[in-house]
Design a protein around this ligand. Structure first.
Ligand code: HAM
Length: 422
């Protein structure tokens, strides 16, 4: 027997039943990006591996463990994008966008790839909506980015969301904080996990992100970075919080929020939601004032976020809101090929009027065709048999009530055309 192929682990097919949620989400993304003045940018799905190594950071989980990297036929090292930001910045520099009106505001959507351990809400191929605003230091832009993320979920009528906020400082003040953090952690060296012992030297900020139970009490009492910011970072953070308060955007200060990518400076935030398994972050982002320069451009501040669309759709589905799928309106049940010849003409006329139609195909009894119409949830069945062909009429049956009437061609088109909701 031929081998039955299965999906690669961590990927999934998005079946027709789920698609209406994606279309609705797509619609909301198009609305908000337009309202907030962000322009679409499409990027390749793969880039030079070195872009991500440098941009995302060598010591991150993404670069160390999760990239889909391969050599192409010319022996170039290529990586499937694990996120958008590094690619957006590469494009910003390559196309001289620094000369465009500032800030340059861009958005993208599409699949991204990370070799992670799959579980509920965590995939190896997933989808992001990503927005970046490049070229401006003003905390009002951090506010705008957070507000746009808020709007996305507000328009989708999500409740029980929480905005987690932190500032992780800049290259001026972070080293001082890391010294304080390390000396605090050294006292607990014997009680922390092996990974954290490693992080202590390699990437101490990530100590605060450890999920191991034994490390939680140490994390909780760790010194908070926002108490060790330089004047510029503290001023920026205070202003942002003032803006958020003025706009009534509620947030939780979270000194453990450090994010898994190395480019962040100052503001970092995540949006957490219930209903996506253990993976509760539906959205994450922050400011990355050093990345443009790191990737070869002039020093340029920037801020952005990415929303995880698979997790967002999971919540939309859990909310059990109105059925989003649009069912076909009319099903033509035909006695035989001659009746179908007539039905083809009606179907064409109705489709031209944007009415969705289906037709019973093949040699099947009326009973079998009605069964199909029922399974497909259609609103009306139009019956064409010998008697109807003879009298140049059809029978229109309303499925909900069982009510039937005999109509001629004109009456049929007019009747269905007037029906609300088609
Ligand atoms: P990130 O936090 O790595 O940020 O990813 C953003 C969102 O993508 C997460 O909040 C989550 O909803 C979703 N996500 C991440 N990994 C998975 C996965 N394995 N399966 C399903 N969903 C996932 C970034 O990617 C940054 N580039 C965001 C950014 C833009 N920062 C500044 N600008």
């Amino acid at each position: 027997m031929a081998k039955l192929f299965q999906l690669p682990k961590g990927t999934r097919d998005i079946l027709p039943d789920e698609q209406p949620y994606w279309m609705q989400l797509d619609q909301v993304i198009r609305e908000i990006t337009q309202i907030y003045g962000y322009e679409p940018l499409s990027l390749p799905i793969f880039e030079d591996t070195a872009l991500y190594k440098r941009g995302v950071g060598e010591a991150t989980d993404i670069v160390e463990k999760e990239m889909y990297t391969f050599s192409d036929k010319a022996d170039n090292s290529i990586t499937l994008r694990p996120e958008f930001t590094a690619g957006v910045v590469r494009s910003y520099i390559q196309h001289g966008m620094a000369s465009w009106p500032t800030p340059v505001k861009l958005w993208n959507t599409g699949p991204v790839f990370r070799y992670e351990r799959p579980q509920a809400g965590r995939f190896r191929q997933f989808h992001q909506f990503n927005a970046e605003a490049i070229g401006e230091q003003d905390p009002a832009l951090d506010f705008e980015i957070m507000d746009m993320a808020w709007q996305l979920y507000d328009r989708l009528q999500f409740q029980n969301l929480s905005f987690q906020l932190n500032s992780i400082g800049c290259p001026d003040c972070r080293p001082g904080y890391l010294k304080v953090l390390k000396s605090y952690y050294k006292k607990y060296f014997d009680s922390i996990c092996d990974d954290c012992r490693n992080r202590l030297d390699k990437n101490p900020l990530r100590l605060l992100d450890c999920k191991q139970d034994r490390c939680q009490p140490v994390i909780e009492k760790a010194p908070a970075i926002y108490d060790h910011l330089c004047e510029a970072c503290a001023g920026h953070f205070n202003k942002l919080r003032e803006y958020l308060n003025a706009a009534d955007l509620t947030f939780t200060l979270n000194h453990c929020l450090v994010r898994g990518l190395d480019y962040y400076t100052k503001t970092v935030f995540e949006v957490w939601a219930e209903g996506v398994g253990s993976q509760n972050a539906v959205c994450g982002g922050g400011r990355y004032d050093g990345l443009v320069e790191l990737l070869g451009g002039k020093p340029t501040p920037a801020v952005g976020f990415a929303a995880g669309l698979d997790r967002t759709v999971m919540i939309m589905q859990n909310k059990k809101q109105d059925r989003l799928k649009i069912d076909p309106s009319v099903y033509f049940a035909c006695q035989h090929a001659e009746a179908r010849k007539q039905a083809i003409i009606y179907v064409k006329q109705l489709r031209e009027r944007n009415i969705s139609c289906l037709m019973g195909l093949g040699e099947r009894s009326f009973k079998a065709q009605f069964r199909e119409a029922d399974r497909r949830n259609v609103r009306y069945v139009v019956i064409i048999g010998d008697a109807e062909l003879e009298s140049r009429t059809v029978i229109l049956k309303k499925m909900e009530t069982g009510e039937q009437k005999s109509l001629n061609a004109d009456q049929l088109i007019r009747h269905l055309d007037r029906e609300p909701g088609f």
